[in-house]
Design a protein around this ligand. Structure first.
Ligand code: SF4
Length: 291
């Protein structure tokens, strides 16, 4: 019994993803092969979880799903519903996410608009723009000197694999293969890939985990303290199987708002936090880290 329990509870998604590694050496149909592999692994995973869950000491999935419902109700009561007003096309959203890592949202939005104007929305032109010139346009974002050549490489990669710098074709893929396709690009992890699919006009059903969301969910106790960002993604997607793309979008922004305003990295305002009654890491007034 130990092996399947170890597999289902202690392997994170990156380790499970290694089972799809042969796709990298299957040049003709890597996405299709990886999807088939992931489906088989997922089916085995589900059977093992169903069979072994009664013997496991961890909290049951139903408990965590109920906690997620409570969390969503409280966040909505505190911050209200959050629905988008406009959505960018997936290529623009990809570029926005790519240049925006480790940068405040208002700064990355400003720089993205500047970049959009400089090329007139013809993203292919960025590939031909000298890296120094591109770095000057991106100057306000963090690590602009590194992001400029990396963005050119990423767009070149998209053009080589998709035939154009255009990600609209992802609408024809299911979420997992679409994530996989994007994560093949150097510098693209789950956050950029999920942002491209969920925030854009593709409106696909996946959850964006940034540092704020990650921190709040770990403190709240919905995931373990050692959970990596991809583990948080897997856990939320597993619990949130009845949430649609807009619900996941809303959950991201509500958690992020809490992470930026009350549950901050250095200080928590737990006494006035809408989650304090349920939170595993609630910090009492006067304790270290309390605001
Ligand atoms: S109670 Fe405190 S630690 Fe918990 S989510 Fe709220 S601010 Fe963060």
């Amino acid at each position: 019994m130990a092996l399947p329990v170890l597999y289902t509870r202690h392997f994170n998604s990156a380790q499970r993803g290694a089972l799809g590694a042969p796709a990298a050496i299957w040049p003709d149909h890597p996405v299709r092969f990886a999807t088939a592999t992931q489906r088989i692994v997922s089916a085995i995973d589900n059977v093992l979880v169903l069979f072994f869950t009664p013997f496991m000491p961890t909290r049951h999935l139903f408990d965590r799903r109920a906690e997620l419902d409570q969390l969503r109700r409280r966040l909505t009561a505190r911050f209200g519903p959050i629905r988008d007003t406009r959505r960018d096309n997936p290529t623009g959203q990809f570029i926005h996410a790519f240049i925006g890592s480790r940068t405040r949202d208002e700064v990355s939005s400003r720089v993205y608009q500047r970049l959009l104007q400089s090329c007139g929305g013809r993203w292919e032109e960025i590939i031909e723009t000298p890296a120094t010139e591109l770095a000057a346009i991106l100057a306000e974002v963090t690590f602009a000197d590194q992001k400029a050549p990396n963005l050119k490489t990423a767009l070149r990669n998209i053009r080589a694999r998709a035939g154009a710098v255009d990600l609209e074709f992802l609408a024809d893929l299911e979420v997992e293969p679409a994530l996989f396709w994007l994560e093949q690009i150097h510098g693209v992890g789950r956050k950029i890939a999920a942002t491209t699919l969920n925030f854009s006009s593709l409106r696909m059903r996946c959850f964006v985990v940034d540092t704020h969301v990650w921190r709040v969910l770990r403190r709240f106790g919905l995931v373990g303290e050692q959970a990596e960002a991809e583990d948080v993604y897997d856990a939320v997607m597993e619990m949130a199987d009845d949430l649609n793309a807009d619900d996941l979008y809303e959950l991201h922004w509500q958690l992020k708002t809490l992470g930026q305003t009350g549950c901050r990295h250095a200080q928590c305002v737990c006494t006035s936090c809408c989650l304090s009654e349920l939170c595993m890491k609630r910090i009492e007034p006067g304790a270290k880290g309390a605001a």
